[in-house]
Design a protein around this ligand. Structure first.
Ligand SMILES: [Ca+2]
Ligand SMILES: [Ca+2]
Length: 473
């Protein structure tokens, strides 16, 4: 919904008797998110307003009277209800277990999806997300947990607390969701306990936007997105939450992050009941700049709860995932939800950025699309998006490693389909042989080290993508 339409809806709701705001119940919003003329004076701004991102003219107004006064002063550029969000059902806990008793015998287990995604291939090239800064917009982080003692955790911000208060620096996790998400992304590897994250060497920035009950609002999310870009200089953001309302101000923040080169991974959302076909669009996953991630079960099929709509870009493991919990220093939970799938894509982005720091968000989205393993109905579909994430194939494509891509594709090809690639003396790809056909790689494509096979079909010509990052990993 556009800002104008939103204002119209707000105005209509206020004039009429129904307490409906952009489709949300009155209980589901907290004041108004306003965008003011950047030139507005302190006086015109109203002293009682809370800051959201003051540099960008974003403030929170408690009541509609305030909004009207701002409009009368001629400084109001946009207004929306400040929608309340809840972490709610994502990452619902199926079971919890305590690692105290027998971890000495068990040691560290490899997550089941490391083989599916071919994480060992990435580790072979030293890819652990080292040096890549990732912001996790969630409920905070339990830094006392044994899986984070080695992690490079930066001091984040608690956006739930008022600016200027001591609580603003406290990003400890009183809910659990944030620690679970961060564990899937960055739990320590080879520390002899628990499990490992996809990108265990990232610089992790906990950005607390949800309180102990899992409640947050659009204003805090927007503030955190601008903070992630301008204050923390993150290269990847994970957003395992969903807003049923399209917000023009949130959309602008997402577009700003994308334009600044930040890769955005968002949970496609969980639909547990009252399904429609397709499921409704959910935000921020449905903004085109965000990678909307659906969930796969261990058998590779879409999880029943994973949203089916045209926002879905790709699917990643999101069921039967064991990860650290906020409870103590050695507690783990087994969870499911698209909240678990998004950090697997965020971790993949961190590995790709470690290898190629100039990779753009658009290039990353294209890589996901072109390396995904098609599932369900042939080609794009609203259940799987472009298909199942294959982290190894993403990195292989970046390296121009056609053999590794072939290995990934062989997961969905007949067993007798063989690949062979011929290179010239400089390691540039000359031809690809598949299913008995030999295809020459066009001269212009040889200049690039990024070669991708068209989705799902090994006998079509390799395609080249522009990349600013020449050179091997
Ligand atoms: Ca571990
Ligand atoms: Ca498909």
């Amino acid at each position: 919904m556009t800002i104008t339409a939103c204002i119209r809806r707000v105005a209509a709701a206020l004039i009429g008797t129904a307490a409906l705001f952009c489709g949300a119940r009155a209980a589901e919003y907290d004041g108004f998110l306003v965008k003011l003329d950047p030139g507005a004076s302190t006086l015109e701004r109203l002293p009682e307003m809370e800051e959201v991102v003051p540099d960008r003219g974003l403030w929170k107004a408690a009541a509609w009277d305030d909004v009207e006064r701002l409009a009368e002063a001629g400084v109001l550029r946009a207004v929306e209800p400040n929608t309340r969000l809840t972490l709610g059902d994502p990452a619902a806990q199926l079971a919890a277990w305590d690692d105290d008793e027998d971890d000495e015998e068990e040691g560290e287990e490899t997550p089941w999806y490391f083989q599916t995604l071919d994480i060992p291939y990435c580790r072979q090239y030293g890819l652990t997300g080292k040096g890549v800064r990732v912001g996790v917009l969630d409920s905070g982080l339990n830094t006392r947990h044994e899986e984070f003692t080695r992690a490079r955790v930066l001091t984040g911000l608690n956006y739930c607390a008022e600016p200027g208060t001591a609580q603003r620096a406290d990003t400890s996790d009183d809910n659990g969701h944030g620690t679970q998400v961060a564990g899937i992304l960055a739990a320590a590897e080879d520390n002899g306990v628990g499990f490992a994250g996809i990108a265990p060497s990232i610089e992790l920035v906990p950005m607390k936007c949800f309180d102990a009950k899992g409640n947050g609002d659009t204003a805090d999310i927007v503030a955190a997105i601008y903070g992630a870009v301008d204050l923390f200089h993150c290269k990847v953001l994970n957003m395992s939450f969903s807003d049923p309302e399209d917000s023009g101000i949130l959309r602008e923040a997402i577009q700003y992050a994308d334009a600044a080169g930040v890769i955005l991974a968002a949970a496609a959302s969980n639909i547990m009941e009252q399904r429609t076909e397709p499921d409704p669009m959910i935000y921020p996953a449905s903004y085109p700049e965000a990678v909307s991630v659906g969930s796969l079960d261990p058998d590779g099929t879409a999880s029943y709860f994973s949203a089916r709509n045209e926002s879905v870009w790709i699917c990643a493991p999101g069921s039967d995932i064991t990860t650290p919990s906020a409870g103590g220093k050695d507690d783990y939970v087994t969870c499911f939800g698209t909240s678990c799938s998004a950090p697997i894509v965020a971790g993949t982005a961190a590995l790709a950025l470690q290898a190629y720091p100039n990779l753009t968000p658009a290039e990353f989205r294209a890589l996901l699309r072109q390396t995904a393993l098609d599932r369900g109905a042939p080609g794009y579909d609203i259940t799987y998006g472009y298909g199942a994430l294959h982290t190894g194939a993403v990195l292989a494509a970046l390296r121009g490693d056609i053999d590794a891509q072939a290995a990934a594709l062989s997961q969905q090809l007949d067993a007798d389909t063989a690949f062979a690639a011929a290179y010239d003396g400089e390691g540039k790809l000359l031809s690809v042989q598949a299913a008995g056909e030999t295809l020459a790689v066009p001269e212009e494509a040889r200049r690039w080290k990024l070669f991708l096979l068209q989705e799902g079909c090994p006998v079509r010509a390799p395609v080249a993508l522009r990349t600013k990052n020449e050179g091997a990993v």
